[in-house]
Ligand binder design. Structure first.
Ligand SMILES: Cc1cc2nc3c(=O)[nH]c(=O)nc-3n(C[C@H](O)[C@H](O)[C@H](O)COP(=O)(O)OP(=O)(O)OC[C@H]3O[C@@H](n4cnc5c(N)ncnc54)[C@H](O)[C@@H]3O)c2cc1C
Length: 559
């Protein structure tokens, strides 16, 4: 009989996830764990079963923009994919945003919520993008304490009722740049007592949202980020017509193709200032803290999905007389991927824990400073790890990994957005330097890594933790030395510096969790992940290359 290869399948994505379950067992008090685990198990079942199958059936569907109706009226209707319609309802009912704002689990609410995000994300075709911005908008409005906006939007942004719930966009990026948003050209003008926005927004994801937070420059304000203000707007007028918003087109993207990302013209969009009529870039910071945390958790979730599929496939695929899962070289390669994914998971969730404590007023000052530093570190490092792991996941599938209808290749295409949006790797590396200058987060980081290292007592784990301490100490010494010499060297080495801090912390977190898992679960796998990660190394420092401009920009280089 002819041979046909079985496709990979997934089990319950909560029950099968040693890393998530072990982590929750360590950080959640037993009563909280008992409260949240049934819901996580249900979502894990859906994610590995029904939703996963629906995603595959819906593989070719993409959102469609209909700009005109039959009679020539501009309508700008966007038809979403079936998985997205389902994800919208499910996200509300399961509280994928709401869980963070509910009182039941106190400072653990964020861990609960992001465990939901981690399970939900890989089976819902990037629906986590609008959810992240919704969460970010809620956090931003609450931070500004604009009572009228809080009263109007928060109950909808955090609702579990699909018929009442809203999602939000964040409209910052313009043709002038998404990194340097101080160049924003959109103008806010007072017309008949109302603020109205005029300009173009170049990347607006999930343009089907009911509201958005947008940056614009009130007429008469100066240049740069300080001259911008943060505005709240609803995308439709009370009569259902567009609020001065024209959808020029949907972006044709490499990945995240189910996510409608649009170019918009704002032509008199009625908007309300969220706070003062200046300092808009600072005003939108709470949004960025939240969306970057989502990015880190979704990077870890994407890796987990890729590895779950590849692990199952390796057990089904036979080459040279045995399943791949029996081949020493396959196992050796795969173990490295698993260790990277576990490191990313623990860093992302450490940021989540700190966020939860800060929001519930339980964070100490050093914890607040650590959160400021960990948010860009976790976002930039986990995104790069996803971009290292995903090509290897595809390679496990051989040619099938490269073939669209096998349903694997999108993992790589979708991962490529992770290091780009919400701040690129280089932009966030520079933000890490700012975090250290602004708030003295360096001491908080050192205290954190030392306290983690103290908990790693098994010799291999103690050695891993020592390696983490040494790598991070070298990084701080390097920064001090470069900063003495001037700005340029520190800026040129910022990426290596940031990655060293992030990877050192991942290693220390892995070592601490490995110790815990040995003691409480009699399981050596978390410890093995730590020692394997240690082999990959944490030190990414690189001195500025004097020939960089010649090599990168092809400038003459005298010999
Ligand atoms: C799928 C998708 C959806 C998106 N959705 C949204 C959205 O909903 N809302 C929104 O506002 N934006 C959105 N964006 C935009 C995204 O945030 C920006 O693309 C991103 O911030 C980068 O901005 P840019 O594209 O203008 O690139 P640029 O800012 O021009 O950056 C180009 C390159 O310059 C580098 N760079 C910049 N400054 C420095 C520096 N000082 N030193 C060294 N290198 C530097 C960057 O790292 C990058 O590699 C989306 C993007 C994508 C791909």
């Amino acid at each position: 009989m002819a041979f046909f290869q079985d496709a990979p399948t997934l089990g319950n994505q909560f029950q099968d996830d040693r890393v998530l379950r072990s982590y929750l067992a360590r950080v959640l008090p037993p009563e909280v764990r008992r409260g949240v685990e049934p819901g996580l198990a249900e979502l894990g079942e859906l994610a590995g079963g029904e939703l996963f199958r629906a995603q595959q059936e819906d593989r070719l569907a993409e959102p469609r923009l209909e700009q005109w109706d039959a009679w020539g009226r501009r309508v700008d209707r966007i038809e979403l994919t079936s998985v997205w319609k389902r994800a919208r309802r499910l996200a509300c009912e399961r509280g994928v945003v709401a869980a963070a704002y509910e009182p039941a689990h106190g400072a653990h609410a964020r861990v609960h919520q992001f465990a939901l995000v981690y399970l939900f994300d890989p089976s819902t075709d990037t629906y986590t993008c609008p959810l992240a911005m919704t969460d970010g908008a809620a956090r931003t409005l609450l931070a500004h304490q604009n009572a009228a906006l809080v009263e109007r939007a928060i109950p909808r942004l955090t609702s579990r009722d699909p018929d009442r719930a809203w999602t939000s966009g964040q409209w910052m990026t313009e043709r002038t740049g998404g990194s340097d948003v101080g160049l924003t050209e959109t103008v806010a003008r007072k017309v008949d007592g109302e603020w109205r926005l005029f300009g173009t927004k170049w990347f607006t994801s999930a343009v089907t949202s009911e509201m958005s937070l947008a940056l614009a420059r009130p007429e008469g304000n100066g240049a740069g980020g300080r001259g911008l203000a943060l505005f709240y707007l609803e995308t439709k007028r009370p009569d259902g017509s567009a609020n001065g918003i024209v959808v020029n087109r949907l972006k044709e993207k490499l990945g995240t193709r189910k996510l409608p990302t649009a170019e918009l013209t704002l032509d008199g969009t009625v908007a309300i200032p969220v706070g003062e009529l200046a300092n808009g870039v600072k005003a939108i910071t709470p949004m960025l803290t939240i969306t970057r945390t989502w990015n880190a958790v979704c990077a870890a979730a994407g890796m987990r999905r890729g590895l779950a599929l590849a692990r199952d496939y390796a057990r089904r695929r036979t080459q040279f007389g045995a399943a791949l899962s029996q081949k020493p070289l396959h196992l050796e390669t795969f173990a490295g991927l698993q260790a990277e994914a576990e490191g990313a998971f623990h860093l992302a969730f450490r940021a989540v824990e700190l966020l939860g404590r800060e929001e519930r007023g339980q964070a100490t000052e050093p914890e607040r400073q650590l959160l400021r530093l960990l948010t860009p570190l976790a976002k930039l490092c986990t995104a790069r790890q996803a971009m290292a792991v995903m090509p290897e996941v595809l390679e496990v599938f051989g040619g099938a990994g490269y073939v669209e209808d096998a349903g694997i290749s999108h993992l790589l295409r979708d991962a490529q957005v992770l290091p780009i949006w919400e701040g690129t790797t280089n932009v966030l590396s520079l933000d890490v330097l700012r975090a250290l200058v602004e708030r003295g987060a360096g001491e908080a980081y050192q205290a954190e890594i030392e306290s983690l290292a103290r908990e790693a007592r098994v010799p291999t784990l103690a050695a891993a933790a020592k390696q983490a301490l040494e790598a991070s100490s070298r990084a701080f010494a390097w920064l001090l030395e470069e900063s003495r010499r001037g700005r340029e060297g520190a800026e040129a080495g910022a990426r290596g510096f940031a990655l060293t801090l992030a990877r050192s912390l991942e290693l220390a977190l892995l070592a601490r969790h490995g110790q815990w898992s040995i003691e409480h679960e009699k399981d050596g796998r978390a410890a093995a992940a730590a020692t394997r990660f240690a082999r990959h190394g944490a030190d990414c420092l690189a001195a500025a290359d004097p020939a960089a401009a010649a090599l990168a920009d092809d400038r003459p280089l005298p010999t």
